[in-house]
Ligand binder design. Structure first.
Ligand code: SAH
Ligand code: F3S
Length: 442
């Protein structure tokens, strides 16, 4: 049987798709990258905001047409949705979309082979498994292939216990489950042997990792020592979990990227309380100050939501004020969209008109653009170790790669291979990318 998989959403989903591929390949399924050749089409879905959800629904409608077309030629294909929308929708989806044959949540991928085989035997029956687990389920599975030839993802903690009032993740991915450190270290070593140069540790809340007695900063140090020739990145950090110990470990090991992704969400302490975030605007500033005191040129990126329930112009100004104080290297910026079942959807009023959300979002985006440019320009004149990740898409005479802070740099191709390091002098910057040249200086 041939399967086809399409992935939406965050890096955790990209990683999960690799887990799914591993499980199915091991069970004898064959992977195809052609939709029409597949016996089963899987969409690994995202429920975080209305926009990605709509995109997936549109895609599902197209696949539905394909299913009916192929049926006329006597080819039966099955359609499955896996991932966050699976747990978000559950049974209602089956009633609404009767063409979906399979619904599997993020903790049940091990059951996929059995469930798909059952579908084959009993074509009229649907298969559903959206149970959420209390323990990490994929400890022994090594994902099949990874994002590119250089970087590999490793999930270290799944789910989230924070219950921010706007967020669907605690419902779609369940409680926090930290993974056994032995299996993480084993995966790191395998990836190193396979030739990967960089590891990206993933978690909705990576810094709340705890596998008795190991905390995140201890795990990170162990990984840095276990694979000293690999570069290590991690995301996403929850602001109030960032300890001095963690920042010290990041500083101490030259193979850990000097970069934290720390969602601010809002600069207004009133809105932060409504979002049930565990810090105020001022406390967020103190956390950033602590990091910058220890690692002065540390890169800091963020996530920001505009137009959350009851957000006033004053609250919005507070967000701009904090952004101006910090000047994030980059941010992912979103307008608030209500998610069914969350506290905000049930108890608060989504009362900021869409046009105002868009206006505020645009203000935030243009401020961030100025800050990103400001931060990039700080690199000009410096000489940095750049990990070559590939050939620039815009000009094949150029390589692109990243420095120790995760900034992207393009520079004229050198004789070095992709996956190795070059000493690059930064000579210029666009709004998003640094421009450099190879230097003989050490
Ligand atoms: N800690 C997580 C956050 C997951 S969601 C992580 O791994 O990144 C990613 C981002 O989506 C959040 O930080 C938030 O900025 C945004 N987001 C989540 N729910 C949202 C909603 N209902 N509306 C708009 N943006 C949302
Ligand atoms: Fe979501 Fe808040 Fe967790 S944004 S993923 S509930 S930290």
């Amino acid at each position: 049987m041939k399967f086809y998989i399409e992935t939406y959403g965050c890096q955790m989903n990209i990683y999960d798709s690799e887990i799914i591929c591993s499980i199915l390949l091991k069970a004898g399924f064959i992977k195809t990258s052609t939709l029409k050749k597949a016996d089963i089409i899987l969409l690994n879905t995202c429920a975080i905001r209305a926009k990605p959800e709509q995109k997936i629904l549109n895609r599902l409608m197209k696949i539905r047409c394909l299913k009916s077309k192929l049926k006329k030629t006597n080819k039966q294909i099955k359609i499955g949705i896996v991932g966050c929308l699976a747990t978000h929708y559950k049974k209602q989806t089956l009633e609404k979309f009767n063409f979906i044959d399979l619904i599997v949540g993020p903790d049940s991928y091990k059951n996929l082979p059995k469930m798909i085989k059952k579908l084959k035997k009993e074509p009229k029956k649907k298969e559903i498994d959206v149970r959420l687990a209390n323990q990490e389920k994929y400890t022994k599975i090594i994902p099949s292939g990874l994002i590119n030839r250089i970087s590999a993802l490793i999930s270290i903690i799944r789910g989230c216990d924070n219950m921010c009032t706007f967020c669907i993740v605690p419902f779609s991915r369940g409680r926090e489950k930290s993974r056994n450190p032995n299996s993480i270290l084993k995966e790191c070593k395998i990836l190193y042997k396979k030739g990967y140069k960089e590891i990206i540790l993933l978690g909705q809340n990576v810094d709340s990792y705890f596998f008795k007695p190991l905390k995140f900063f201890q795990l990170l140090e162990l990984i840095a020592l276990t694979v000293p020739l690999m570069r290590i990145r991690f995301l996403t950090s929850y602001p109030s979990n960032i300890s001095k110990n963690l920042v010290e470990v990041v500083k101490k090991h030259s193979n850990i990227s000097k970069h934290f992704h720390i969602p601010l969400q809002s600069g207004s302490t009133r809105i932060l309380a409504l979002m049930r975030r565990k810090y105020s605007g001022e406390e967020f500033l103190l956390i950033i100050k602590m990091i910058q005191n220890i690692i002065p040129d540390c890169s800091i990126s963020s996530d920001i939501i505009t137009g959350f329930c009851t957000e006033t112009q004053e609250d919005h100004r507070e967000t701009l004020r904090i952004m101006n104080r910090i000047k994030f290297n980059f941010s992912y910026m979103f307008k608030y969209s209500s998610r069914q079942g969350t506290y905000a959807e049930r108890k608060l009023k989504d009362d900021v008109p869409n046009i105002l959300k868009i206006r505020r979002l645009n203000e935030i985006i243009s401020l961030q653009k100025a800050h990103s440019f400001y931060r990039l320009k700080e690199n000009i004149g410096k000489i940095q170790n750049v990990l070559i990740e590939g050939i620039s898409k815009k000009d094949d005479k150029y390589y692109y790669g990243r420095n120790y802070k995760n900034d992207i740099i393009v520079f004229p191709k050198t004789t070095s291979k992709i996956g190795s390091y070059n000493r690059i002098k930064i000579i210029n910057s666009t709004f998003t990318t640094l421009i450099g040249v190879l230097t003989a200086e050490i």
